[in-house]
Write a protein that binds this ligand. Structure first.
Ligand code: PLP
Length: 398
């Protein structure tokens, strides 16, 4: 008997490249031992949470005997958590944000899905910049829409404005922008963000429904060499910010994120009412009580980003030694180097596997010819991969 919907059966058959790498990695680790495998396939933040978190957990433990401490709450999140977050984000995004302008969600992923359910109709399109976070397609389809990826400029992975303009159609409802970017590490400049806002303002003129500029920013805190992600929430009235504390507080399993609206959006109260409803009826109900309470007490702290900076330098040295071509990531914890001398990213990942090095083919992110390397692992593993990397490149070119 057929149990699954056609759509989910198809999704399962198309098992993601990240999952395939995870399975290959598990086999290699079983065969050769954990230490023999250099696994750069997973973007799972591995640093300990900042010290403020342990203190927050201890304080919370002392309150655990109170009634309702972990009970149901308003679907938009604890009012005190929305207030604290609005103040924090208002400063970060340079806008006058109030508690009513944001909802706390189950991670950025929950936020994106709640937003899509509130604004998308069957047949609508979400335009994004490729390469992109692989779940984006599923999220759009969860609300009956489709994802329309538009390739970034290959030299620096910046948005290609002409290509984006050409891709925007009558069906376009959202332009989804992820900066700092997974998988390229690109950080878009203030000028580029303004240009995107201006494009959407022009394209939204005369429409019944506006095109939203959707910012997905879970890596905002992690930039290098003095680069800063611009504060873009206030640049265009129909801007929506989705983000989370998964990476900056290493809180990924506790599922705390948010959707914040540009306070200048004329219909913001209506959109917020929609979001509160969709967060509930999608079954999220509300973001976790413990996570929200920990978030409030840890706001403003973050994991030790100098560790990521050291790993980035180590990975760049490995790639240089192997003669790989890449754009130095300006943010996040990924490299997206070019496959040497060919476009076959799957074959190159296989060559790396021969050396017990795990990478993910770029086609898994909508851009073949590249591979993604995540540096969510000890620097020692990165250093250890150098010889194997150089050998894999040499063998692959031969
Ligand atoms: N967006 C991007 C670009 C990501 O890389 C991730 C997670 O890796 C997410 C969204 C979802 O993160 P979370 O739901 O944990 O906030």
């Amino acid at each position: 008997m057929r149990i699954l919907s056609q759509q989910i059966s198809t999704y399962l058959e198309r098992a993601s490249w990240i999952r395939k790498m995870f399975e290959t990695g598990a086999k290699l680790k079983q065969q050769f031992g954990e230490d023999a495998v250099c696994d750069f396939s997973l973007g799972n933040p591995d640093l300990p949470p900042p010290p403020a978190m342990a203190q927050a957990v201890r304080e919370l433990a002392d309150q655990a005997d109170q009634p309702m401490i972990f009970g149901y709450m308003p679907n938009a999140g604890y009012p005190f958590a929305r207030e604290a977050l609005a103040e924090h984000l208002g400063r970060e995004q340079n806008v006058d944000l109030q508690a009513d302008d944001l909802i706390i969600t189950c991670g950025a992923a929950g936020g994106l899905n709640a937003l899509y359910r509130a604004i998308l109709e069957p047949g609508d399109e979400v335009v994004c910049i490729a390469p992109y976070f692989v779940e984006y397609g599923f999220y759009a389809e969860n609300s009956g829409a489709t994802l329309k990826p538009v390739p970034a400029r290959k030299e620096d992975f910046a948005p290609d404005l002409d290509a984006l303009e050409a891709a925007i159609s009558d069906k376009t409802r959202v332009l989804l922008v992820n900066s700092p970017n997974n998988p390229t590490g690109a950080v878009y400049t203030e000028e580029q963000m303004r240009a995107l806002g201006e494009l959407l303002a022009r394209k939204s003129e005369g429409r019944e429904r506006p095109i939203f500029l959707l910012l997905d920013e879970p890596y905002r805190f992690l930039t290098y060499d003095g680069v800063q992600a611009p504060a873009a929430l206030g640049m265009y009235p129909y801007t929506v910010l989705c983000s989370s504390f998964s990476k900056n507080l290493a809180l990924a399993g506790e599922r705390v994120g948010y959707v914040a609206l540009n306070p200048a959006m004329p219909e913001k109260a209506e959109l917020m009412a929609g979001l509160v409803l969709t967060n509930r009826i999608l079954g999220f109900v509300n973001a976790p009580a413990i996570g929200q309470r920990l978030m409030v007490k840890s706001l403003g702290s973050q994991v030790d980003t100098s560790v990521y900076a050291e790993r980035r330098a180590a990975m760049a040295a490995v790639l240089d030694q192997a003669g790989m071509t890449y754009a130095m990531p300006k943010g996040a914890f990924y490299f997206f180097p070019q496959v040497p001398g060919s476009d076959d990213d799957v074959a190159f990942c296989a060559a790396l596997q021969e050396e017990r090095i795990l990478a993910v083919p770029g086609r898994g992110f909508g851009m073949p010819g590249f591979v993604r390397l995540s540096f969510c692992c000890d620097k020692a593993i990165i250093d250890r991969s150098a010889e194997g990397f150089a050998r894999a490149v040499q063998n692959f070119r031969a």
